[in-house]
Design a binder for this molecule. Structure first.
Ligand SMILES: NC(=O)c1ccc[n+]([C@@H]2O[C@H](COP(=O)([O-])OP(=O)(O)OC[C@H]3O[C@@H](n4cnc5c(N)ncnc54)[C@H](OP(=O)(O)O)[C@@H]3O)[C@@H](O)[C@H]2O)c1
Length: 268
């Protein structure tokens, strides 16, 4: 194996958006990449974009506990990993009182429970590696809880808490646990209403390729957390120290946010 290709990666949510861009960007850094998602055809297409790397497609649903339990043995059978990237995620921009129980449960399962379960299942193997990482994909909403995204923000705050606690628990081991947090990015996760709202609020949306470039930089560095975007980094800090200041600023955005929420006609 070339010294440059030291990563053996399991990447969830690899079929589209940020995950797809990360998979492609890892081409010259990884020895092996397991691409996980529900859409096998899309994963095969991503695999065809990557050359010089051992690519294995794992088609399945991270919300399916049985499938997650199988992932460990599937990965072990093909030589194991030293990096787990919990990227698969879903969102739902919705007035909280109208959000369905089913959507709430799905958000918690995919965004929070699945990364926790996959981390636990793969941890014994990761601990046997001389150096290994679990990288969870957070969000600006891991730091700033946002109106219209109450449950999504809860999952991303939860993921940050999990990352911090597990990282501290494993501080004397070979496994580092880290959080990479994109800001708004041009992918399918954002509904047309969210994209329109971002435009109205002047919220910048990154290209997935740029997010992936910053992710690969983060992968090779030591810091525990990385947030994409300067104003977002600053607002996250302000929110930690003076949450009232951010609440006031978001209060001013509420009329536009309510308008966007009202434009979503059916219960999600
Ligand atoms: N885009 C943004 O604005 C933004 C901002 C901050 C953070 N993030 C975070 O970045 C991550 C990637 O999001 P994205 O923007 O790239 O979204 P995306 O384009 O919608 O892609 C989501 C990925 O997750 C996979 N996925 C969803 N549900 C799954 C399930 N139950 N089982 C397995 N895979 C599943 C999807 O694959 P299949 O549909 O094929 O299963 C897809 O590959 C998420 O964690 C998201 O919260 C995104």
């Amino acid at each position: 194996m070339s010294a440059d290709r030291k990563y053996r990666v399991l990447l969830t949510g690899a079929s589209r958006g940020i995950g797809k861009a990360i998979a492609v960007a890892l081409s010259d850094k990884a020895e092996r990449i397991f691409l996980l998602g529900r859409d096998k055809k899309a994963l095969d297409e991503v695999a065809s974009l990557i050359s010089g790397v051992d690519v294995i497609v794992l088609a399945g649903d991270v919300a399916d506990v049985k499938f997650c339990a199988e992932v460990e043995s599937l990965v072990a059978a093909r030589g194991g990993i030293n990096v787990l990237i919990n990227n698969a995620g879903i969102s739902d921009f919705c007035a909280f009182e109208r959000q369905s129980q089913e959507t709430i449960e799905k958000l918690l399962q995919v965004n929070l429970l699945a990364p926790i379960q996959l981390s636990q299942q793969l941890l014994p193997r990761l601990l046997r590696e001389p150096s290994a990482q679990i990288i969870n994909i957070g969000s600006t909403f891991s730091y700033i809880a946002y109106p219209g995204f109450a449950t999504y923000s809860a999952t991303k705050f939860g993921l940050r808490g999990f990352t911090e606690a597990l990282g501290r628990e494993l501080a004397d081991t070979s496994v580092r646990v880290r959080l990479f947090s994109p800001r708004a990015t041009k992918t399918d996760i954002n509904s047309p209403e969210v994209t329109r709202l971002n435009q109205q609020l002047g919220t910048f949306e990154d290209d997935p390729a740029e997010v992936a470039r910053q992710f690969v930089f983060f992968l090779t560095q030591r810091q525990t957390e990385y947030r994409v975007g300067f104003p977002e980094k600053l607002f996250a800090k302000i929110n930690q120290i003076f949450p009232g200041v951010v609440s006031k600023s978001l209060h001013k955005q509420l009329p536009l946010i309510r308008q966007a929420l009202a434009s979503i006609s059916t219960k999600s």
